[in-house]
Design a protein around this ligand. Structure first.
Ligand SMILES: [Cu+2]
Length: 151
């Protein structure tokens, strides 16, 4: 009974369409490819709300964004376009180097940061401003000090 009450309260307090919370996109960043004409890659993570949803698209002003994944194909890592990604209720989704990522085409002058909007099958759209990094800066980015990662 208590559990039911809590679940009902969560449903009532959740925005009708929201997948992750509107401010729920964490650690978003974009790796700029310094080679002319090559796409940038976008990374982030979020934790879904109490309803299952499906990430169906991403967008940015002035560019075109695809959802990509990496798969092993004949012993080689291959990039593949995703039509979408199912997101179970409460699941944490991470887009990161070597795994799922956003592929961002058509950026002419890489900005210092890039607004990214994730679109969900529920109709929810969640935006985040992702700082951009050059590969050198990305490589040199310090890892969190041991013992501080969980804080
Ligand atoms: Cu890709």
């Amino acid at each position: 009974m208590i559990r039911l009450t809590v679940a009902a309260a969560l449903l009532l307090s959740a925005p009708a369409l929201a997948a992750p919370a509107p401010d729920g996109i964490k650690d978003a960043w974009v790796r700029i490819n310094p080679a002319p004409g090559r796409p940038a890659a976008g990374y982030f993570r979020f934790t879904n709300g109490p309803r299952a949803d499906r990430l169906i698209a991403a967008s940015t002003p002035g560019g075109r964004v695809e959802l990509h994944t990496m798969t092993m194909d004949g012993g080689m890592m291959q990039m593949r376009k995703l039509d979408g990604l199912d997101v179970p209720a409460g699941a944490t989704v991470e887009f990161k180097p070597g795994a799922n990522h956003l592929m961002i085409f058509g950026l002419t002058t890489p900005p210092a940061s890039l607004p990214l909007t994730l679109e969900f099958a529920s109709g929810a759209k969640v935006s985040v401003n992702a700082p951009t990094r050059s590969p050198a800066a990305a490589t040199a980015a310090p890892k969190p000090a041991m013992g501080h990662e969980g804080h």
